[in-house]
Design a binder for this molecule. Sequence first.
Ligand SMILES: [Zn+2]
Length: 107
Amino acid sequence: MRWAAPYASAACLFCSAVQAASIEGYAFGDVPAEFLGEPVGQYVVNHVSARLIDIMCGVVPGRVVLGCTLDDGKNNRVIFVKEGLSPAVEAAVLIHEKAHLNGWEHG
Ligand SMILES: [Zn+2]
């Protein structure tokens, strides 16, 4: 978890947050190549409402949180993705979140 407060919360190990202006360009992520790809092991992808994104991923002022990954370190791993995203945006979110499952951390 590398967010500075108030981004950090007990329920948010890794969060994917983008500035609203960046959504259309899918200009977030910048995932290093070594963290791309399908994670090893089990995980679940849940598509949830904006309200649940706020609860599970946290609220990031000035940004739109589209998803996050929770990993308890005991092989309970869940990706939350905001429902209703376009397929391209959702794909970008999943690339980002799967990268976290692959060990990627960002500032
Ligand atoms: Zn992230």
